[in-house]
Design a protein around this ligand. Structure first.
Ligand code: ATP
Ligand code: MG
Length: 227
């Protein structure tokens, strides 16, 4: 009988991280356990196409991420998108990362996205190619329509997603690419927008994000002038 390949899973968590907060960090930590990720990379976006430009420059968002994950050996920051000029596309970064892993065929990439981002997938650049490069892990978040099964998806996504759906984290290890897993992570109602607004209004954002990140924000006076 042919031997079944079992893949080792690496998480890629894309976002603006303007700034990184405990919503992101807790989800990353829980996924590392639930999905048994060998490692997780935060992939801060340079200039995302589908939203207003970030308030803080890429190198500072990278520095805040590094502050936030200090001491966590399972996490790293991949700064390729903030180093790249112009608009950045997840599909291009994933293709690049995939090529870098070419020597380790037994690694499967898992791209992590919240439901609010996932629902906009059909607007992403060459989004269908993502399924040839990685698995997708969907994380629910408060304030966003809950997604547990393909029937929760809008029509344009349901057809593409239903045969890829799995509710068992372990199944991700049986295939190199193309599966979608909805993760049962803790719902934390924290967003970078609300943190920016709290800071702009002169109130305390303490305990919504790591103290070290807040100190970094204070040092440079980020977000104080609005948003
Ligand atoms: P903003 O308010 O600026 O959009 P954000 O808090 O949504 O910031 P992003 O950097 O936009 O953070 O998010 C990166 C990814 O993390 C997205 O896929 C988003 O859905 C997800 N995410 C962010 N916050 C949470 C949260 N509290 N729970 C679950 N997913 C989250
Ligand atoms: Mg967001």
């Amino acid at each position: 009988m042919a031997e079944i390949t079992r893949y080792s899973l690496t998480g890629i968590y894309g976002g603006t991280f303007d700034p990184i907060h405990y919503g992101h960090l807790r989800i990353a930590e829980e996924l590392a356990d639930i999905v048994e990720l060998n490692h997780l990379f935060f992939l801060p976006a340079g200039r995302p196409r589908l939203r207003t430009p970030p308030f803080v420059a890429g190198e500072h968002r990278v520095a805040m991420l590094q502050e936030a994950i200090r001491g966590n050996t399972r996490f790293s920051v991949d700064d390729r998108e903030v180093r790249r000029p112009g608009e950045t596309y997840s599909v291009e970064s994933l293709r690049e990362i995939r090529q870098e892993y070419e020597a380790s065929e037994s690694v499967a990439l898992c791209f992590i996205t919240g439901t609010d981002a996932f629902i906009k997938l059909p607007y992403w650049h060459r989004w269908r190619e993502l399924f040839e490069l990685c698995h997708l892990i969907i994380v629910n978040r408060p304030g966003s329509v809950p997604i547990r099964y393909p029937s929760d998806l809008p029509d344009e996504l349901r057809g593409v997603c239903q045969d890829r759906w799995t509710t068992m984290a372990d199944e991700l290890k049986n295939s190199p690419v193309g599966l979608i897993f909805t993760a049962p992570t803790t719902l934390l109602d924290i967003s970078s927008t609300s943190i920016r607004n709290i800071i702009a209004s002169g109130k305390s954002a303490r305990y919504l994000l790591p103290e070290s990140v807040l100190n970094y924000i204070d040092k440079y006076g980020f977000y104080a002038g609005g948003k």
